[in-house]
Ligand binder design. Sequence first.
Ligand SMILES: [Zn+2]
Length: 125
Amino acid sequence: MKQKEIIINGKLSIDAIEMIHEYFKNHTVNGIEEFVMSEKEFLDKYKGTYCLNEWSTIKQYAIYTIDCFMCFKSYDVIIESREKFYTYAEADYRLCGKCFDTNNKLYHSGLGLHLAGDIVSQKSH
Ligand SMILES: [Zn+2]
């Protein structure tokens, strides 16, 4: 999964916008995607700053592009929280809505793939 963009609803200072980008910044370590800064590191750095106060007044989210495990088409998901990010990043299978439905139907009639593990799709959240 790849971060496409960060959407910020509301007016913020440039510093606060930079801070949010820092919060959502990812990197890959040993093939595992994670945030560059931990929640704690982030709070240690910004606690009590006007940036952080500003942030509490607005809504933001990140859009990630994900490649479907079955059809390899990419689709976008909205990730509003780190929790949701990890749900996607740590899933064994990431499916687009179409493949998720199709496989579900086939599976119930005995033809679909049995995907052992955690599945996330466009529709499962
Ligand atoms: Zn698909």
